[in-house]
Design a protein around this ligand. Structure first.
Ligand code: ADP
Ligand code: MG
Length: 161
């Protein structure tokens, strides 16, 4: 039976959709040269997928030293900047955009602490990292850095959520 158009019910449905949509977040993930060398690309992507993060963009590329310096510009005054950018440009990496609810924090949790000696059991860095520098994965740390980092590697056509 046709019940007529209930405006308030429809408004509630739309509001529900908007608030669910708002929780969806995107973050940049990198499998660093050591992760590619150790052949754990598949294992790492599988951990993201099992934890509710969808890969909505992905490519395997090799950074020049200048590319790595641009990406890590926020760290240019740090003592490890030269060594870090040498490492990041020494071989291919896999860059991805991950999408999911609370994706930025979730990815950081799956990655583990920067220093693998301090990383929790079952995290990527605990399981695969060599040391504090060669720590297998990168993940954006805030919405602003995620926006910059995603834009550093991908254009809108390459991201398909
Ligand atoms: P994270 O990647 O966990 O966000 P940071 O933003 O502090 O960590 O550092 C960026 C990257 O620089 C780290 O992932 C690591 O590769 C490298 N790095 C951080 N601290 C050191 C250090 N003390 N010595 C060498 N490399 C470091
Ligand atoms: Mg960081």
């Amino acid at each position: 039976m046709y019940r007529g158009f209930d405006k308030s019910e429809n408004t509630e449905k739309i509001k529900g959709k908007i608030s669910r949509r708002k929780l969806l977040e995107r973050t940049l993930s990198i499998i660093k040269p050591d992760g590619v060398e150790k052949k754990v690309v598949g294992e790492i992507i599988s951990r993201f997928e099992k934890n509710g993060l969808n890969v909505v963009a992905m490519k395997r590329i090799k950074l020049s030293k200048a590319d790595a310096e641009g990406f890590y510009a926020v760290h240019k005054e740090r003592p490890f900047f030269g060594s870090l950018t040498d490492f990041m440009s020494r071989g291919p990496i896999v860059v991805m955009v991950l999408e999911g609810e609370g994706a930025i924090a979730k990815n950081r949790e799956i990655m583990g602490a920067t220093n693998p000696e301090e990383a929790a059991e079952g995290t990527i860095r605990k399981d695969f990292a060599t040391n504090i520098e060669e720590n297998t994965v990168h993940g954006s740390d805030a919405p602003e850095t995620a926006a910059f980092e995603i834009g550093y590697f991908f254009n809108a056509l390459e991201i398909n959520g």
